[in-house]
Ligand binder design. Sequence first.
Ligand code: BTN
Length: 318
Amino acid sequence: MRSKTGFVSGEELAKKLNFSRTAVWKHIKTLRQNGYSIEAIPSKGYRLTCVPDVILPDDVRKGLKTSVIGRKLHLLPETGSTNTLAASMAREGADEGTVVIAELQTGGKGRLGRTWTSPPGNLYLSVVLRPDIPPYKAPLITLMGAVAVASTIREQLKLRAGIKWPNDIYFAGKKMGGILTEMSAEPDRIHHVVLGIGIDVNMDLNELPAEIRRMSTTLAVETGGKIDRTALLRQLLSELDRWYAKFLENETSVLAEWRKLDITLGSRVSVAFGPGAVMEGIADDLDQEGRLVLRLKDGTLRTVAAGDVTIQKGAGDR
Ligand code: BTN
Protein backbone atom coordinates (compact mmCIF):
# COMPACT_ATOMS: atom_id res chain seq x y z
CA MET A 1 0.00 0.00 0.00
CA ARG A 2 3.01 2.29 0.60
CA SER A 3 4.35 4.20 -2.38
CA LYS A 4 8.08 4.80 -2.96
CA THR A 5 7.71 8.22 -1.38
CA GLY A 6 5.95 6.79 1.66
CA PHE A 7 2.67 8.50 0.81
CA VAL A 8 -0.62 6.61 0.89
CA SER A 9 -3.74 8.17 -0.52
CA GLY A 10 -6.81 8.67 1.65
CA GLU A 11 -8.78 6.59 -0.81
CA GLU A 12 -6.41 3.64 -0.50
CA LEU A 13 -6.47 3.84 3.28
CA ALA A 14 -10.25 3.97 3.32
CA LYS A 15 -10.47 0.92 1.04
CA LYS A 16 -7.89 -1.12 2.97
CA LEU A 17 -9.37 -0.30 6.38
CA ASN A 18 -12.96 -0.40 5.24
CA PHE A 19 -13.47 3.11 6.61
CA SER A 20 -15.13 6.14 5.06
CA ARG A 21 -12.77 8.97 3.95
CA THR A 22 -14.13 11.03 6.87
CA ALA A 23 -13.29 8.23 9.33
CA VAL A 24 -9.74 8.06 7.93
CA TRP A 25 -9.36 11.79 8.46
CA LYS A 26 -10.68 11.52 12.05
CA HIS A 27 -8.18 8.74 12.82
CA ILE A 28 -5.34 10.81 11.37
CA LYS A 29 -6.41 13.64 13.65
CA THR A 30 -6.40 11.36 16.71
CA LEU A 31 -2.96 9.97 15.80
CA ARG A 32 -1.64 13.51 15.49
CA GLN A 33 -3.10 14.37 18.90
CA ASN A 34 -1.19 11.35 20.25
CA GLY A 35 2.09 12.75 18.96
CA TYR A 36 2.38 11.09 15.52
CA SER A 37 3.65 13.42 12.80
CA ILE A 38 1.68 12.80 9.63
CA GLU A 39 2.27 14.83 6.52
CA ALA A 40 -0.80 15.41 4.32
CA ILE A 41 -0.51 16.57 0.70
CA PRO A 42 -3.79 16.69 -1.24
CA SER A 43 -2.40 15.22 -4.46
CA LYS A 44 -0.34 12.49 -2.73
CA GLY A 45 -2.10 11.50 0.48
CA TYR A 46 -0.63 10.88 3.91
CA ARG A 47 2.90 10.07 5.07
CA LEU A 48 4.04 9.11 8.58
CA THR A 49 7.12 11.14 9.45
CA CYS A 50 7.56 10.59 13.18
CA VAL A 51 6.33 7.94 15.62
CA PRO A 52 6.10 9.37 19.15
CA ASP A 53 7.84 7.85 22.13
CA VAL A 54 4.58 7.18 23.95
CA ILE A 55 3.28 3.94 25.37
CA LEU A 56 -0.17 3.07 24.07
CA PRO A 57 -2.32 0.48 25.91
CA ASP A 58 -3.19 -1.46 22.75
CA ASP A 59 0.49 -1.70 21.78
CA VAL A 60 1.34 -3.10 25.22
CA ARG A 61 -1.50 -5.62 25.11
CA LYS A 62 -0.50 -6.80 21.63
CA GLY A 63 1.23 -10.14 22.16
CA LEU A 64 1.24 -9.85 25.95
CA LYS A 65 0.90 -13.39 27.31
CA THR A 66 0.77 -12.87 31.06
CA SER A 67 -1.76 -14.63 33.23
CA VAL A 68 -1.92 -12.28 36.24
CA ILE A 69 0.29 -9.21 35.79
CA GLY A 70 -1.23 -6.57 33.52
CA ARG A 71 -4.73 -8.11 33.34
CA LYS A 72 -5.80 -4.52 33.91
CA LEU A 73 -3.55 -1.77 32.56
CA HIS A 74 -3.96 1.92 33.35
CA LEU A 75 -1.75 4.25 31.33
CA LEU A 76 -1.62 7.91 32.28
CA PRO A 77 0.21 10.83 30.70
CA GLU A 78 1.15 11.97 34.20
CA THR A 79 0.42 11.39 37.87
CA GLY A 80 1.86 12.29 41.27
CA SER A 81 3.13 8.80 42.03
CA THR A 82 2.00 5.55 40.40
CA ASN A 83 2.49 3.87 43.82
CA THR A 84 0.07 6.28 45.51
CA LEU A 85 -2.49 5.84 42.74
CA ALA A 86 -2.15 2.03 42.68
CA ALA A 87 -2.52 1.92 46.48
CA SER A 88 -5.74 3.91 46.35
CA MET A 89 -7.05 1.63 43.56
CA ALA A 90 -6.08 -1.38 45.71
CA ARG A 91 -8.01 0.03 48.69
CA GLU A 92 -11.02 0.32 46.41
CA GLY A 93 -10.72 -3.34 45.41
CA ALA A 94 -8.49 -3.34 42.29
CA ASP A 95 -7.71 -6.87 41.13
CA GLU A 96 -4.39 -8.53 41.72
CA GLY A 97 -2.14 -7.82 38.74
CA THR A 98 -3.54 -4.33 38.07
CA VAL A 99 -0.76 -2.17 36.63
CA VAL A 100 -0.58 1.62 36.71
CA ILE A 101 1.91 3.25 34.32
CA ALA A 102 2.66 6.95 33.91
CA GLU A 103 4.70 8.80 31.30
CA LEU A 104 5.94 11.09 34.06
CA GLN A 105 5.50 11.54 37.80
CA THR A 106 5.29 14.88 39.57
CA GLY A 107 5.77 13.36 43.06
CA GLY A 108 7.71 10.14 42.42
CA LYS A 109 8.71 8.38 45.64
CA GLY A 110 11.99 6.59 46.30
CA ARG A 111 13.13 4.35 49.14
CA LEU A 112 13.83 5.73 52.61
CA GLY A 113 11.55 8.74 52.10
CA ARG A 114 13.46 10.14 49.12
CA THR A 115 12.00 11.60 45.97
CA TRP A 116 12.33 9.84 42.62
CA THR A 117 12.89 12.39 39.87
CA SER A 118 10.59 11.22 37.09
CA PRO A 119 10.93 13.10 33.77
CA PRO A 120 9.43 11.74 30.52
CA GLY A 121 11.21 8.97 28.61
CA ASN A 122 11.51 6.36 31.35
CA LEU A 123 9.33 3.62 32.77
CA TYR A 124 7.31 4.30 35.92
CA LEU A 125 4.89 1.59 36.97
CA SER A 126 3.21 0.08 39.99
CA VAL A 127 1.64 -3.35 40.31
CA VAL A 128 -1.10 -4.33 42.77
CA LEU A 129 -0.42 -7.74 44.37
CA ARG A 130 -2.48 -9.67 46.90
CA PRO A 131 -0.24 -12.55 48.00
CA ASP A 132 -1.51 -14.92 50.67
CA ILE A 133 1.67 -14.80 52.75
CA PRO A 134 2.52 -13.50 56.23
CA PRO A 135 3.63 -9.83 56.18
CA TYR A 136 7.17 -10.63 57.38
CA LYS A 137 7.81 -12.36 54.06
CA ALA A 138 6.83 -9.25 52.02
CA PRO A 139 10.46 -8.05 51.56
CA LEU A 140 10.92 -11.09 49.32
CA ILE A 141 8.47 -9.48 46.88
CA THR A 142 10.89 -6.57 46.52
CA LEU A 143 13.68 -9.00 45.68
CA MET A 144 11.36 -10.72 43.21
CA GLY A 145 10.74 -7.35 41.51
CA ALA A 146 14.48 -6.70 41.24
CA VAL A 147 15.03 -10.14 39.70
CA ALA A 148 12.31 -9.43 37.13
CA VAL A 149 13.79 -6.02 36.23
CA ALA A 150 17.40 -7.21 35.91
CA SER A 151 16.30 -10.27 33.90
CA THR A 152 14.27 -8.05 31.58
CA ILE A 153 17.24 -5.80 30.85
CA ARG A 154 19.52 -8.78 30.29
CA GLU A 155 17.04 -10.59 28.06
CA GLN A 156 15.74 -7.66 26.03
CA LEU A 157 18.87 -5.54 25.68
CA LYS A 158 21.71 -7.97 26.39
CA LEU A 159 23.09 -5.64 29.08
CA ARG A 160 24.45 -7.38 32.17
CA ALA A 161 22.40 -5.43 34.72
CA GLY A 162 22.99 -6.36 38.37
CA ILE A 163 21.19 -5.89 41.69
CA LYS A 164 22.58 -4.02 44.67
CA TRP A 165 20.87 -5.12 47.87
CA PRO A 166 18.02 -5.04 48.23
CA ASN A 167 16.67 -3.83 44.90
CA ASP A 168 18.73 -1.19 43.11
CA ILE A 169 19.39 -1.95 39.47
CA TYR A 170 22.97 -1.22 38.45
CA PHE A 171 25.11 -1.31 35.36
CA ALA A 172 28.83 -0.52 35.28
CA GLY A 173 28.75 0.98 38.78
CA LYS A 174 25.81 3.30 38.06
CA LYS A 175 22.18 3.09 39.06
CA MET A 176 19.58 2.67 36.31
CA GLY A 177 16.49 1.66 38.27
CA GLY A 178 14.91 1.16 41.65
CA ILE A 179 12.00 -0.50 43.38
CA LEU A 180 9.72 0.75 46.11
CA THR A 181 7.39 -1.76 47.71
CA GLU A 182 4.58 -0.48 49.92
CA MET A 183 2.23 -2.70 51.86
CA SER A 184 -1.09 -2.51 53.66
CA ALA A 185 -1.43 -5.30 56.21
CA GLU A 186 -2.66 -6.53 59.58
CA PRO A 187 -0.14 -8.32 61.84
CA ASP A 188 -0.80 -11.69 60.21
CA ARG A 189 -2.43 -10.84 56.88
CA ILE A 190 -1.58 -8.75 53.84
CA HIS A 191 -4.34 -6.62 52.30
CA HIS A 192 -2.25 -5.63 49.33
CA VAL A 193 1.30 -4.90 48.22
CA VAL A 194 2.15 -2.21 45.69
CA LEU A 195 5.32 -3.05 43.80
CA GLY A 196 6.63 0.19 42.27
CA ILE A 197 9.33 0.08 39.60
CA GLY A 198 11.27 2.94 38.03
CA ILE A 199 13.71 2.26 35.17
CA ASP A 200 15.83 4.96 33.55
CA VAL A 201 15.36 4.33 29.86
CA ASN A 202 15.53 7.25 27.40
CA MET A 203 15.55 10.34 29.62
CA ASP A 204 18.13 13.06 29.26
CA LEU A 205 20.43 12.61 32.27
CA ASN A 206 20.54 16.41 32.60
CA GLU A 207 16.99 16.15 33.96
CA LEU A 208 18.44 14.70 37.18
CA PRO A 209 19.88 16.84 39.97
CA ALA A 210 23.68 17.04 39.59
CA GLU A 211 24.51 15.01 42.71
CA ILE A 212 22.37 12.13 41.48
CA ARG A 213 23.35 12.44 37.81
CA ARG A 214 26.96 11.40 38.29
CA MET A 215 25.88 8.10 39.88
CA SER A 216 23.13 7.35 37.37
CA THR A 217 22.86 6.03 33.85
CA THR A 218 20.12 5.09 31.39
CA LEU A 219 19.52 2.13 29.12
CA ALA A 220 19.80 4.42 26.09
CA VAL A 221 23.23 5.66 27.19
CA GLU A 222 24.49 2.14 27.83
CA THR A 223 23.19 0.63 24.59
CA GLY A 224 24.01 3.70 22.51
CA GLY A 225 20.50 4.16 21.06
CA LYS A 226 16.90 4.98 21.86
CA ILE A 227 15.01 2.11 23.49
CA ASP A 228 11.56 0.85 22.50
CA ARG A 229 9.84 1.34 25.87
CA THR A 230 6.73 -0.59 24.86
CA ALA A 231 8.72 -3.73 24.06
CA LEU A 232 10.70 -3.32 27.28
CA LEU A 233 7.51 -2.91 29.30
CA ARG A 234 5.94 -5.99 27.71
CA GLN A 235 9.02 -8.05 28.56
CA LEU A 236 8.99 -6.68 32.11
CA LEU A 237 5.33 -7.62 32.61
CA SER A 238 6.06 -11.18 31.44
CA GLU A 239 9.10 -11.48 33.71
CA LEU A 240 7.03 -10.20 36.63
CA ASP A 241 4.28 -12.69 35.79
CA ARG A 242 6.79 -15.56 35.64
CA TRP A 243 8.63 -14.66 38.83
CA TYR A 244 5.48 -13.87 40.80
CA ALA A 245 4.07 -17.31 39.91
CA LYS A 246 7.31 -18.93 41.13
CA PHE A 247 7.20 -16.80 44.26
CA LEU A 248 3.66 -17.93 45.08
CA GLU A 249 4.70 -21.57 44.66
CA ASN A 250 7.71 -21.16 46.92
CA GLU A 251 8.54 -17.76 48.39
CA THR A 252 12.23 -18.44 48.74
CA SER A 253 12.65 -19.59 45.11
CA VAL A 254 13.62 -16.07 44.03
CA LEU A 255 16.59 -16.01 46.41
CA ALA A 256 18.72 -18.30 44.25
CA GLU A 257 18.10 -16.13 41.16
CA TRP A 258 18.65 -12.94 43.14
CA ARG A 259 22.08 -14.26 44.23
CA LYS A 260 23.01 -14.88 40.57
CA LEU A 261 22.20 -11.28 39.63
CA ASP A 262 23.60 -9.69 42.80
CA ILE A 263 26.58 -7.32 42.84
CA THR A 264 26.69 -6.86 46.64
CA LEU A 265 27.64 -10.17 48.22
CA GLY A 266 31.31 -10.64 48.91
CA SER A 267 32.04 -6.89 48.81
CA ARG A 268 33.05 -4.55 51.59
CA VAL A 269 30.03 -2.34 52.18
CA SER A 270 28.73 0.35 54.48
CA VAL A 271 25.07 0.36 55.39
CA ALA A 272 23.44 3.64 56.43
CA PHE A 273 20.37 3.38 58.67
CA GLY A 274 19.80 7.07 59.11
CA PRO A 275 21.84 10.24 59.65
CA GLY A 276 25.11 9.24 61.31
CA ALA A 277 24.10 5.60 61.80
CA VAL A 278 26.41 3.51 59.64
CA MET A 279 27.66 -0.06 59.89
CA GLU A 280 30.60 -1.42 57.90
CA GLY A 281 31.50 -4.96 57.00
CA ILE A 282 31.53 -7.62 54.32
CA ALA A 283 28.17 -8.44 52.73
CA ASP A 284 28.18 -12.13 53.60
CA ASP A 285 24.82 -13.52 52.47
CA LEU A 286 21.06 -13.14 52.43
CA ASP A 287 18.88 -14.92 54.97
CA GLN A 288 15.63 -16.73 54.07
CA GLU A 289 13.66 -13.49 54.44
CA GLY A 290 15.93 -11.54 52.12
CA ARG A 291 17.75 -9.64 54.88
CA LEU A 292 21.42 -8.84 54.41
CA VAL A 293 23.89 -10.72 56.62
CA LEU A 294 26.88 -8.52 57.37
CA ARG A 295 30.22 -9.81 58.69
CA LEU A 296 31.69 -7.12 60.91
CA LYS A 297 35.43 -6.49 61.42
CA ASP A 298 35.48 -8.63 64.58
CA GLY A 299 33.88 -11.53 62.69
CA THR A 300 30.42 -11.25 64.24
CA LEU A 301 27.43 -11.52 61.95
CA ARG A 302 24.66 -8.88 61.93
CA THR A 303 21.41 -9.10 60.03
CA VAL A 304 20.14 -5.95 58.35
CA ALA A 305 16.48 -5.61 57.28
CA ALA A 306 16.66 -2.16 55.64
CA GLY A 307 19.24 0.48 54.88
CA ASP A 308 21.23 2.16 52.21
CA VAL A 309 24.19 0.10 51.01
CA THR A 310 27.30 1.65 49.52
CA ILE A 311 29.71 -0.78 47.93
CA GLN A 312 33.15 0.46 48.88
CA LYS A 313 34.64 -0.02 45.46
CA GLY A 314 32.68 2.81 43.92
CA ALA A 315 29.01 1.98 43.31
CA GLY A 316 26.82 4.96 44.12
CA ASP A 317 23.17 5.53 44.83
CA ARG A 318 20.54 7.70 43.17
C1 BTN B 1 14.49 3.73 44.92
O1 BTN B 1 14.61 4.64 45.74
O2 BTN B 1 15.47 3.18 44.41
C2 BTN B 1 13.11 3.27 44.53
C3 BTN B 1 12.55 4.06 43.39
C4 BTN B 1 11.17 3.59 42.96
C5 BTN B 1 10.57 4.49 41.91
C6 BTN B 1 9.29 3.96 41.36
S1 BTN B 1 8.77 4.82 39.93
C7 BTN B 1 7.23 4.03 39.97
C8 BTN B 1 6.82 3.95 41.41
N1 BTN B 1 6.12 5.14 41.82
C9 BTN B 1 6.80 5.83 42.72
O3 BTN B 1 6.43 6.92 43.23
N2 BTN B 1 7.95 5.22 43.02
C10 BTN B 1 8.09 3.98 42.28
